[in-house]
Write a protein of this length. Structure first.
Length: 96
């Protein structure tokens, strides 16, 4: 039986192709060459650091980011990110 996919017009998260979901679901059980799920890995483990660095490099290439820029993985969504703005503005106040 084939599951009927619905159209998603919400602000996010976006709908993903079934092939992407299938690959991700496999990594939930056992990530490639790591012998455990990505959800079981310590964020300090060699495996997780490898995944994070590969992800940063892939994103950097995809976005054509210059070496002067970096990619940050932040939790909390836009609410937390907007809450950080005063800290950043204070650091760079008067430099622009």
């Amino acid at each position: 039986m084939t599951m009927k996919r619905v159209w998603n017009f919400s602000a996010g998260p976006a709908a993903l192709p079934v092939e992407v979901l299938e690959e991700a679901s496999g990594n939930v059980v056992c990530a490639e060459n790591f012998g455990m799920s990505i959800m079981e890995m310590s964020h300090r483990s060699k495996g997780w650091v490898e995944i994070q660095e590969e992800t940063k490099q892939s994103l950097s290439t995809l976005l054509s980011l210059p070496d002067t820029h970096d990619i940050l993985f932040l939790q909390g969504g836009a609410t937390s990110q907007f809450a950080m703005v005063p800290s950043v503005v204070e650091i760079f106040d008067g430099l622009a």
